[in-house]
Structures are given as C-alpha cells and as structure tokens.
Design a protein around this ligand. Structure first.
Ligand SMILES: *Cc1c(COP(=O)(O)O)cnc(C)c1O
Length: 354
C-alpha cells in the first residue's frame, strides 16, 4: 500500500528515514546481535543514545551549559504538574498563566493544586480564536506559563512577551518548527509525539539555576534536579521513543536545522492558507494574525459540500484531516516531516470542490 498524505495531529508523521532506522534497531541494534528493546538502558550501547539525544537538543537550540535536557514519561500532561512543583514557592506561591486553549487550561488546572494562579490573558470566551497580547507579568509571580502553539484551535504565539519573572513554555506542537530565541525561556517542555518522535516520552529543557528555590519537598520523580543529577536515567527511560527522537533530531540537524525547517514550514502554511483565503467555501476558526504554521484548523462554510469534500480528500490518499472532536471542522497538521507535496494534494482537492 502506498504511503498516505498524513495530516494527523499527533501521534503524527515522522521522517521516513526514522521509521526505517528505528524499525531496523528493533531487529538488530547497531549490529550487536540484540534488539534495542532487549538491552539494558545502562549498557554501553544505549547510554550514548541518551547522551546524544540530550546534547543535540542543546546544539539545535543554541543553549549554553546552564541548560540541561531530560527525557521523562507522563506526556506533556505530567509537566502541567511538574512545572509548579519545581517553580511555585511553597509559601504564598503565585504564577501567571496565559489561557490560549484546552492544553493551557489543563496546565492551569494542575498549577492551582499548588498555589495561586492568575490567568493574565484568556481567549476562552471567544472560543480561543486569538492569542491575548494585552497583559503584563510582574516580578510578584514565581513564573509565567504559556503555550506556544494551540494544536486544537490552530493558533500560534508569533512572538513572546517580555516578563519580569521566569518563562515556561509548553512547545509540544511546534517544537523545532521555527527559529526562536530559546534562551528567553527557563523551562521548555514538549511531548515528543507532535514533531519529534513517537508517543511515550517528553523532552524537558531546564535552566539549572532556577531550580531549588521553592522550599518544597518535591516527590522524587517530579523533581527536575534529580533527573538532571542522574543524567536522565533516574528510572528506566522510554528507550525506544528516546532513540526514535534522536533519529528525528539528527535528520533535522542534517537537513539544515531549525532555520531550514522554518523556511519549509512557512512555504507549506502559505500554500494552504492562500487557498483557504481564496476559496469562498473555507474559513479558519481563528484570526489571521495568530494562525499556526503547524496546525491549520478550518471549516467548510457550506455544509452541503461536506460529503463531497470528505470523499475527495479520502480518495486522494489523505489521512487525519478531521478537526479535534471539541471543535469539529478540519485540521491540517503540517509538522516538520510533512512534505509540501502532501499540502499540494490537499489544496488541489479544495480547488476542485465547487
Ligand atoms: C498534545 C498536547 C499536549 C498533551 O500531550 P500529552 O503528551 O498527551 O500529555 C499538551 N500540550 C500541547 C500544546 C499539546 O499539543
């Protein structure tokens, strides 16, 4: 069966080379006569995988030695709790959150368990159709938390605010997709399954100097310092997702890094949004200036064309175009590994609906 045009929002498309190399490693890892899945995570064959998976992130993000990279389980969702455990003061702890969608709201819900949360900006009342920009975050807050890309609504923070406290960002759905000054942030986290690797691992970038200041007794697994002290091997790491993530990041580094990925992603997004703007049958859910380069969420304005459109994109070999169940419509996720040819196939289908 030929490869589909995979617009799935996550887990999602990865480079074909990653599928091939990781499949081979399951059968025989590096020619050692053993599968990647049957060797110790502390063996001389796996330790370099973890070391390089951590080092390559710092190279790609151009971060100095105050930053450490760890890989943990629990998804981005566990970071909703790990962040406040590590940064919110135990006495009168207070954090500022930007509410830009379902995932941001999930982070807010967990942080409230450990202290006061002020939502400094929210677009919830308008169905998360824009990114709030009119807010200030002062030094009375332990940290500020934002979500760089809102996978469900198709909005993206095109710029980041200057704040007088620590900056934390959930970059799960646009990590490594565009050039950002990563050194502005104190903690960055991303579930691997959107742009980096398979489900099962979350990458966390931590500025070491911000840790250890809350006065909290942090449960071991939730403590970033412990994961850092153990070289991200506090417990058995998810070895296969870490290996596949390393392959994806090597592929990125060998193909021009984040700078080149950004150029490809901008071209793909332009191709699709130009058609959405040209075609009177389609419209995005969000305002133009906050459109995401990764997830284009759009609706059909004439519901009577739904069956025709759905049949046409499926016949064209497109997969994963349905919108999130909470908002419906369509969502074209154009992660790093999606080729522009796939976007062209979708655009051609859209042009032919009339
Ligand atoms: C998918 C997603 C999450 C949830 O990730 P899990 O790894 O499933 O916990 C969190 N934040 C954002 C921005 C996402 O896109």
């Amino acid at each position: 069966m030929s490869k589909k045009h995979n617009f799935s929002a996550g887990p999602c498309i990865l480079p074909q080379e990653v599928f091939e190399k990781s499949a081979a490693a399951i059968l025989d890892f590096n020619g050692i006569g053993l599968s990647l899945l049957e060797i110790s995570h502390r063996s001389k064959d796996f330790v370099p995988v973890m070391d390089e998976a951590r080092a390559i992130v710092k190279r790609l993000m151009k971060l100095d030695d105050d930053y450490e990279v760890i890989y943990v389980g629990g998804g981005a969702s566990l970071q909703f709790l790990m962040v406040p455990f590590n940064l919110m003061k135990s006495e009168n702890g207070k954090a500022a959150y930007l509410d830009t969608g379902t995932w941001a709201a999930g982070a807010i819900k967990e942080a409230k368990k450990l202290g006061t949360v002020d939502v400094v900006g929210s677009s919830k009342a308008e169905n998360y159709s824009f990114i709030p920009k009119d807010y200030k975050v002062g030094s009375e807050y332990d940290y500020f938390h934002c979500t760089s890309n809102n996978t469900i609504y198709g909005t993206q923070m095109r710029s980041f605010p200057e704040v007088d406290t620590l900056m934390v960002c959930d970059m799960s759905s646009d990590i490594f997709s565009r050039v950002i000054d990563f050194s502005k942030f104190d903690i960055i986290y991303a579930g691997a399954q959107k742009n980096m690797g398979p489900a099962g691992v979350t990458m966390v970038v931590v500025k070491k100097s911000v840790l250890g200041k809350t006065g909290r007794d942090i449960p071991s697994y939730l403590d970033y310092s412990l994961h850092i002290a153990k070289d991200s091997m506090f417990n058995t790491p998810p070895v296969f997702p870490v290996y596949a993530t390393l392959l994806t990041l090597q592929h990125l580094e060998n193909n021009g890094g984040i700078e080149a990925a950004e150029i490809r992603n901008e071209a793909k997004a332009k191709l699709l949004y130009d058609e959405i703007d040209r075609n009177p049958l389609f419209e995005t859910f969000c305002v133009k200036e906050d459109r995401s380069l990764m997830n284009a969420c759009f609706k059909l304005l004439d519901e009577s064309k739904k069956d025709e459109f759905d049949a046409a994109w499926k016949a064209a070999g497109i997969n994963g175009l349905n919108g999130h169940r909470s908002i419906g419509g369509y969502r074209a996720s154009m992660y790093n590994a999606l080729p522009i040819e796939s976007v062209q196939v979708l655009v051609d289908v859209m042009k032919n609906i009339n």
